[in-house]
Design a binder for this molecule. Structure first.
Ligand code: SF4
Ligand code: SF4
Length: 476
């Protein structure tokens, strides 16, 4: 009798949660027909198969090549008791420091986006107190020493009545790069507000501008309104002050995944824009008008960029080594409105074996030489400013003559996992964390799944069940 083979390659096991009851369960990673799936089994709710990458080769790059030792925060904030993901955080079992720390300064917003992971909107009016916000900032500093990137978020952060006091408090701390996550309405409508922002300094300050589509109908679906005019006006005002801006695109299958190339080319034409961040939709918070299966994988977005942009190819968009499952990046040199992709010139080892998870060019001679070489063949020295300053998140932080931050253009794909595709192994490497006023730093994914006030009862119930198991084991 001949034995039968399973119709897939069994690659690994990991942990996940049941998307119905949110209990921690085991999961298998499988390769089938060039795609990667997670198979989950919950004793109560049965099996689930989830596509986590449609490109086995790319997925393996993140698992086998773009991997480096985890960098630790200066301190941990919680102890291990219930197990991951119920001990956030950061508990001592977390495998990455906070590359990007998010401070939610309010819940109030002037939009009611059908897609909003914070479930904010005009029905919410809370602005967190300055005291609490300072406590959050201090948590980040305590964990990170000199935090790489802190992002003020909300709700709509620009609506906070003490917005500039908050900005000043952040500036008074050793934060290298400060970002403001905004829908751009105030920036579009109040030129004097933008001028005041610019007074805070153009360097080390970045506007993280919601920019999902160039098409009114898509904006209506994702944001509940045609914001085309607002977006254009916001960019005009930001260009006027040359305030560094990243366009942030929430990508939903069948809605805007066909216009990633158009958005990148538009970004290229905007002097103040330093890059585009693409975030596949996460099933969290509020999600109406967009089907539940609209989640795209990192590899699909990567392929769309390659096929649509006419600028980046496969060698340009690589996994980010500190969290390769959920982050991918490409660098390009931007001179005028011309983009020259850079990442294809870096050996993977250069990125993986950098001096730290935020690489400093001065410390990495090879990388520096390669960038200089590339740079000198393309641009005159006069056109170059004095240094290529900080980049965000896990990306190289560069101080080198002749390069300016204004000459750097970054594509970043950021996948925030949800209850369906959560891979706990990848979650432990998450480097985007929310700060809380009670002194915790909580990974983005687990924060939206378990740690918002709306999920308190769910988390409590899960913890109680785990506690009962602990008690049973203690009696054995
Ligand atoms: S996600 Fe990280 S911080 Fe949260 S419980 Fe797991 S290991 Fe700990
Ligand atoms: S996604 Fe942003 S702009 Fe839209 S409702 Fe939520 S907080 Fe407001």
């Amino acid at each position: 009798m001949s034995r039968k083979n399973r119709p897939y390659h069994f690659y690994d096991t990991t942990g996940s949660i049941c998307s119905t009851c949110y209990r921690q369960i085991e999961a298998k990673i499988l390769f089938k027909d060039g795609k990667v799936y997670m198979d989950k089994w919950c004793p109560q709710h049965g099996t689930e198969r989830v596509l986590i990458s449609d490109d086995e080769e790319y997925y393996r790059l993140g698992r086998e090549v773009f991997v480096k030792r985890p960098e630790m925060p200066q301190t941990f904030n919680t102890r291990m008791h219930y197990g991951c993901p119920y001990d956030c955080g950061l508990c001592p079992d977390h495998m990455q420091h906070s590359c990007l720390s998010i401070i939610e300064i309010n819940e109030a917003c002037n939009l009611n986006c059908p897609v909003c992971f914070a479930a904010s909107g005009t029905h919410k009016h809370t602005h967190h107190s300055l005291e609490n916000i300072i406590a959050m900032l201090d948590t980040v500093v305590k964990n990170e020493g000199e935090p790489d990137v802190v992002q003020l978020s909300g709700g709509e952060p620009t609506l906070h009545p003490q917005f500039f006091e908050i900005l000043a408090a952040a500036r008074a701390r050793p934060i290298k790069h400060l970002m403001i996550n905004t829908n751009g309405i105030r920036i579009a409508q109040e030129p004097e507000f933008v001028a005041k922002l610019a007074e805070f300094g153009r360097h080390g300050l970045e506007i993280y501008l919601q920019f999902d589509s160039m098409r009114p109908e898509v904006l209506k679906t994702l944001r509940g309104a045609d914001l085309s005019r607002i977006r254009r006006q916001a960019l005009e005002n930001l260009n006027q002050h040359n305030l560094s801006t990243t366009l942030v695109v929430t990508v939903a299958r069948g809605h805007n995944d066909d216009e990633l190339g158009d958005i990148i080319r538009f970004a290229q034409s905007q002097p103040c824009v330093r890059g585009v961040t693409l975030q596949p939709i996460q099933q969290a918070g509020r999600q109406t008008g967009v089907a539940a299966d609209n989640r795209l994988t990192v590899s699909e977005i990567r392929r769309n960029i390659i096929q649509q942009s006419g600028i980046f190819d496969a060698a340009d968009i690589v996994p980010v080594p500190c969290n390769p499952d959920t982050l991918a990046m490409a660098y390009a040199l931007k001179v005028g409105d011309t983009l020259t992709p850079l990442t294809r010139y870096f050996e993977p080892q250069t990125l993986v074996e950098g001096s730290a998870n935020t690489i400093v060019f001065e410390h990495d001679v090879d990388l520096k030489q390669q960038v200089f070489k590339l740079f000198s063949t393309n641009h005159s020295p006069e056109s170059q400013a004095s240094c290529l300053s900080e980049l965000m998140c896990c990306l190289p932080q560069i101080a080198a003559p002749n390069l300016s931050y204004e000459n750097v253009f970054r594509i970043l794909i950021v996948q925030f996992m949800d209850a369906t595709n959560l891979d706990i192994r990848a979650l432990k490497k998450s480097c985007i964390h929310f700060a809380t006023a009670d002194g915790r730093m909580i990974p983005f994914e687990s924060h939206n799944l378990f740690y918002r006030p709306e999920q308190a009862a769910l988390l409590q119930g899960l913890r109680e069940k785990i506690e009962q198991t602990h008690t049973v084991w203690a009696q054995v």
